[in-house]
Design a protein around this ligand. Structure first.
Ligand code: FES
Length: 232
């Protein structure tokens, strides 16, 4: 899909959907079904072997809602005080894993709900500065250049997004060196996402459009998940 077409689609549906979504944003931690993160073929994903600064994608809490899994390569032990667009406060607790360097966030942009698909992604974690991103090490949405700091709970550092990306709560089992997704924290936008993309998702998934993930969810590199990544 061309960028201009994508933006038109965004703009056409975003107004009503966003207003509805942000009014409903809720900062409390929400528990969903537990889902262990694993690699293709059911191979275990060892937290200590997650590469640093790579875009990894998994789906949670729904099979259609993508998330970023990032190892930022340094301990993230300082909580961040954040607010949703509806001014609800919450505390992001920091990273998990053997070095507390691993974080996870919903990959649905809090501005107009751009998200990585199999075909194209406008949003990704970027380590380098560029023409449009003044900051290194941010999650950058190239649609309208919202940028989020994954080391501080995905707070907004630039662009029009009205709230941080929702955090995905991970539990770390040190004995097994494995991660399990257990819920979300912050202003999740799943209802708005399913409303906005209802037709697309029903074409792709039929009646399973809103199914939850199972007891396990697969982690893949963004490069393997998505055919075209827009850089800006
Ligand atoms: S959808 Fe507008 S900045 Fe992401």
């Amino acid at each position: 899909m061309k960028r201009r077409t994508f933006i038109r689609l965004c703009a056409a549906t975003a107004g009503a959907a966003s207003a509805q979504a942000f009014a409903a944003s809720d900062a409390r931690p929400r528990r969903y079904a537990r889902s262990r993160l694993e690699l293709a073929g059911g191979r275990p994903l060892r937290a200590s072997q997650i590469p640093v600064d790579r875009n990894l994608i998994f789906h949670y809490p729904y099979a259609a809602t993508p998330c970023f899994l990032l190892n930022l390569g340094r301990p993230l032990s300082t909580p961040a005080e954040l607010k949703t667009a509806a001014a609800q406060s919450y505390r992001w607790p920091g990273g998990v894993g053997p070095n507390r360097s691993i974080v996870a966030y919903s990959a649905i942009c809090a501005h107009q709900l751009a998200y990585p698909t199999r075909e194209i992604s406008f949003i990704s974690y970027r380590t380098e500065k560029g023409a449009q991103n003044r900051f290194a090490n941010v999650i950058h949405c190239c649609s309208e250049h919202s940028q989020y700091d994954p080391a501080r709970g995905a707070r907004v550092v630039a662009g029009p997004a009205p709230q941080p990306l929702a955090a995905i709560l991970l539990e770390y089992d040190a004995r097994e060196d494995m991660l399990t997704a257990v819920g979300t924290l912050g202003g999740e936008l799943f209802n708005a996402f399913f409303t906005k993309y209802a037709f697309k998702l029903s074409m792709e998934r039929g009646n399973a459009a809103r199914d939850g993930v199972g007891a396990t969810t697969r982690v893949v590199e963004m490069n393997d998940y998505c055919r075209q990544q827009v850089r800006c």
